[in-house]
Ligand binder design. Structure first.
Ligand SMILES: Nc1ncnc2c1ncn2[C@@H]1O[C@H](COP(=O)(O)OP(=O)(O)O)[C@@H](O)[C@H]1O
Ligand SMILES: [Mg+2]
Length: 253
């Protein structure tokens, strides 16, 4: 079934002085899919996220949101458009409770001045995500790593974005909490959002990604599905050109 991508990038490049961090990136993000962004250190993953989050401006290329060409001059502009980002540093306030953290920075929300409404909205949101948070009045300091990631993801949903971008959502987590966060990502996807997830963990990527986009030296080095072997993914990430990788890339592109 043909569906319009929420976000599409055409020929997007980003230079920092003489350094080409991104070159000619082509990428579509569709509703209800998880796209994993993988690549070695320095491959351009964070730069790509920051271009889409309005932190960096592309040097050239076109970004379309719902078919319309857009430029995101600031993180606020990207957020207004419907692109939310959860950075690796979750930026939660330890001493504040879940409700306060969910609404932090969203003072213009219709709920924000009404404690009861904020608490009710927090419960609804966490229930929709089947999040395992014992109480929304719990301070962040008493939550596990997985619960913190959950709160950070829930917070990014407060503004009803269509795209959420997650930078290494499972990097700091153990096995059980990783599984919890991956379930959460699937639930966000099932709400019809487009999810972009950076990860170094190929097992996590293959567990949830509908598509795996490999960046290498700032360029797209292949698009894969989750049935791709660990070996083939690593080969694309490191630039080994073995036949299996080439065949699979040809099949998918
Ligand atoms: N603010 C910046 N100024 C200069 N160079 C940068 C900046 N941010 C990233 N780079 C360079 O761009 C390239 C891609 O970096 P990055 O996007 O952080 O890669 P990744 O997140 O995949 O590890 C690297 O060569 C990095 O040194
Ligand atoms: Mg990075």
């Amino acid at each position: 079934m043909a569906q319009e991508p929420i976000l599409s990038l055409r020929g997007v490049s980003k230079k920092f002085g003489a350094v080409s961090a991104l070159t000619d990136i082509e990428l579509d993000i569709n509703p209800g899919e998880v796209v994993a962004l993988v690549g070695d250190n320095g491959a351009g993953k964070s730069t790509l996220i920051k271009v889409l989050a309005g932190v960096h401006q592309p040097t050239s290329g076109v970004i379309r949101y719902e078919g319309r060409e857009v430029s995101m001059e600031s993180p606020a502009a990207a957020m207004r458009l419907g692109i939310a980002t959860v950075y690796q540093d979750l930026a939660l306030c330890e001493n504040l409770d879940v409700v306060a953290n969910l609404f932090l920075g969203h003072e213009l929300s219709p709920y924000a001045l009404d404690e009861e409404a904020m608490e009710a909205r927090s419960w609804t949101l966490l229930q929709e995500l089947a999040a395992r948070i014992p109480s929304v009045r719990e301070p962040i300091a008493s939550l596990s790593g997985g619960q913190r990631q959950t709160v950070a993801i829930a917070r990014s949903l407060i503004t009803n974005p269509r795209i959420i971008m997650l930078d290494e959502p499972t990097a700091a987590l153990g096995v059980a909490q990783t599984a919890e966060v991956l379930n959460l990502i699937e639930r966000v996807r099932d709400k019809g959002l487009g999810v972009i997830m950076i990860s170094h963990n190929m097992e996590d990527v293959r567990a949830v990604a509908d598509r795996i986009v490999v960046l290498r030296l700032g360029r797209n080095n292949g698009v894969f599905d989750r049935s791709t072997s660990h070996q083939d993914l690593v080969a694309a990430i490191t630039g080994a050109t073995d036949n299996a990788v080439t065949r699979r890339m040809e099949k998918l592109q």
